[in-house]
Unconditional design. Sequence first.
Length: 133
Amino acid sequence: WRGGGGDRQPYVPQDSPLTIAGDDFTAAISQAIFVPQAAWGWAPSLCGTGTPYLIEVRWSCTLSYLQDLTDGSLTLYLLTHVGETKTVVFTPVAGGKAITADMIISPGQLGGVTSQLTTATVTMPLFDEPAVA
């Protein structure tokens, strides 16, 4: 791996299982990203330099997926469970460490462009930072 060295092992998500409350949506997704957003404050000081401090970090999970209106699809799951808290488990490398978090279900987009596969992206808030184990 160029630019690092040591025992770093970057990965390419492939055959990456994703479940929500135990239901497997691996075949539907093309992207699963856990995104932190930090809120910073600034504490002024008498010498004029000040000090930044972290107020909080909020996390979200963004999923991109193929839309599907058949029973058991992720599209219908999101519409049916809006506002509910569910556990998402994403394993970027099959058999490797999993990312687990509790998220609030939000509906995704519906519809698309003529003569193209219908895709959607949805961002859902997490209750806390994801666990990696």
